[in-house]
Ligand binder design. Sequence first.
Ligand code: ADP
Ligand code: ZN
Length: 599
Amino acid sequence: MLKSPQTLLKNVFGYDEFRPLQQEIIDRTLSGNDSFVLMPTGGGKSMCFQIPALCFDGITLVVSPLISLMKDQVQALQSNGVKADFFNSSISPQEESNVIERATKGEIQLLYLSPEKLIAVSNTWLKKLNIKLVAIDEAHCVSMWGHDFRPEYTQLKVFRNSLPDVPFMALTATADKSARTDIEEQLGLKKSKLFISSFDRKNLSIEVRGQVPKKKKLQEIGQFVGQKENESGIIYCLSRKNTEEVADYLKADGHSVAFYHAGMNPEERERVQTEFIHDNTKIIVATIAFGMGIDKSNVRWVIHYNLPKNLEGYYQEIGRAGRDGLPSETRLYYNMRDFVLYSQFADDGANPTMQKDKLSRMLQFAEAKSCRRKILLSYFGEHLTKDCGNCDVCDNPPKDFDGTLLAQKALSGIARMREKEGITMLINVLRGSNNAEVHAAGYFQLKTYGVGAEVSFFNWRDYIVQLANQGLIEIMYSEGSALKISPIGWKVLKGEETIKLTLPVSAKEKNKREPRSMKMAAEEKVNADLFTELKKLRYSISQKKKLPAYIIFNDKSLKAMASDLPGTENEFLAISGVGMNKMEQYGTKFMEVIKRFKT
Ligand code: ADP
Ligand code: ZN
């Protein structure tokens, strides 16, 4: 071994310290053992095999199903002076033989392969290589329990068994307990150790805005992106039609924007994606199909135009923002209409009960009145002890009061209607409405008829959702959304327990509130002009070199330059993300610009 992991981290990648678990994983790999790495998107998984690859005197193979991502990762490594390459169906026969020749001569340290290519060549030239480590990225693809099963992955076990003494590393961002065991088994990992890092992405702010009418929603989004000139972002929509509408709206407003959906042909999609990666298009309005294969670290914001189908998808999608660790914003818009629509889709799809269950968890999250990050992480099995201070609920904590009496009124209404009715009927009965359906069912004779007339329809709806969120009521989506009383609900109804409710914020008031982004924009004005100049320089270099801009330097490094104003080589090297290679290639140019701003 030539250099220590710590030295490589600084000299090659320009970083000062390892993130939690990286060092342990690297040490374990260097001592020849298998590992299972579970970290969120952007958590820093790649470093766990890249550093060992540089320590070993031989080649490291990286298996990944995402072909577009491979090129990106290889470019990033090469720009740091690492001998990396890839081998997949996108390269020509000449390029293939070139890669094979260099790999055989020991001129490649990291070789990325698609699983099918790996299997295809595992008994030919690959056999002659001095393989020191094999990393299996997106390892959840081997499990049928996962959401992204790839049959090619199942053949990896044979490969693993053919290299009994080489350490293997499985990496993924999504795998629950049952999937984890399955993955270890399917890949034939040996006595592997599981490393799970926190899934909390503190740099992502979370905001939810409910029941905003379409026109207003578009206006708000227009305003939002208006404050984010020259920053990249993604807007996720439910339908193809929506993506085109929203993109047209923003384009008419003069923004650099394109849409992306599965109805476009592959070349067109590839083009849109590349333009985004190269910062030529700032905003992408897409269906969920966008983002899987990209590793753009300077996505500064993500907006959901509709309610996502489940919290897994939502978390993965907002996770595409802020991979470089800088503060990034996420905003979710939702409507009851999205919810109803998805429930119907779920009915027609596979496993409708599970899907609806996930959907209602998603809605509960959107309607929640307590720290959103706490709810989100607890869904993924991680429990925060403090509120996050970086979500809309933490910003405007709701006021609570003793809601026992109101709860009892609602619960008794549900009981008297024999748990057969949904939310609208319940509210109509509580408010003593005269409508035909109430009459037809004879509910005006109930004792609870009209007992809640003083509370508005809007507020009742809010309280009932709170009761559901607190687990007093269950909404039976499988029975026409009938409301049922849970065991705790019965306790409250009998007066054995009390509960708290929070005052609803009226839609009007909510819409008047300043969105989070405006506050942030006011705070962040430090060296903005220099930052802009540095970005321009980065852009011109990236155009010349035909590389994505963030591969030259990520936003975080440029920000650090704009605030620390390095003037010497040593000062420049101290910037996070500047390794030796980048210092030599770009140091002078960037310091020239910085010098102009020094007074
Ligand atoms: P993942 O594969 O888990 O989604 P990446 O490996 O792409 O995440 O890492 C995300 C970003 O974090 C990359 O830009 C990477 O360079 C950076 N990174 C990784 N480790 C460190 C570290 N120890 N210090 C600073 N940045 C790091
Ligand atoms: Zn919070």
